[in-house]
Design a protein around this ligand. Sequence first.
Ligand code: SF4
Ligand code: SF4
Ligand code: SF4
Length: 270
Amino acid sequence: MTNTEKQRMMSGVDVGKKRKGLLITPELCIGCRACQTACKQWNRLPGDRTVNSGTYENPPRLTPHLFNKIHFIEKNSNVGVDWLFVRRSCMHCGQAGCMDICPAPGAIFRTKEGAVMYDKKKCIGCKLCVAACPFDVPRYDENDKISKCTLCSDRISNGLSTACAKACTTGAIKFSSRDGLIAGAKTAGYKVYGENDLKGLGVTFAIRESPEAYNLPDPTYNASIAFWDGFLRPFSVIGLGAAAAAALLHYITIGPKEVEPEDESGKGGE
Ligand code: SF4
Ligand code: SF4
Ligand code: SF4
């Protein structure tokens, strides 16, 4: 593989005009969660056991079986409570820390449409992608394999919309070419979150207030990822092995592995 080809497979890849994306417009969302259900249906994901925690937001966080969720933000207003509904899912970052730090060749890769996709058969369960993700996205299934939104790669590679966008009747989730979605949002007078962050998020947001009002973070690229890419990755190639290199990197960046209590959420890195 040439350096240019390698660069294309790594973060910051220029997928050019073929890059597809989602545009989320929270002010159009009514919190019906049809998108959550459609995602589960298409991906054949089981339900999650939950408890009533005093909020309609349910489940409370992403799980190995919940690739997108609607975050409910409550604000006091003159007439009671105002709701703001904001999607949470993988952002399909242009500069994807999860992909850069992953020591298992081919376990996380970018599709030609720009999705950050994964191959469970190649995942070694090291959970480094959890530490590298600024959006707290990757989860681990019962077999200790990565689990997250795929941008419906199996659908969009066949010319279909994502299941969540198809199910959304209000237009709060739109699927199309990323450039076109962003241009449309700006024409409609919105600010766009994610246009340039991490070399452009694949999931952008059309917003009217500051990102903080939507609990959207200011994403940063973990500096240790660059160290891994430039120094440690060759060890996994020349024979140290992906798992051993991952263990070394985990020790350097996060510390010694501890036995974790059972976690219903399936979150590997907590
Ligand atoms: S389907 Fe659309 S309106 Fe309903 S919760 Fe999802 S994004 Fe909001
Ligand atoms: S949001 Fe996290 S899991 Fe998704 S592409 Fe970005 S770094 Fe990877
Ligand atoms: S793009 Fe597909 S996999 Fe991702 S949240 Fe939407 S329906 Fe689920």
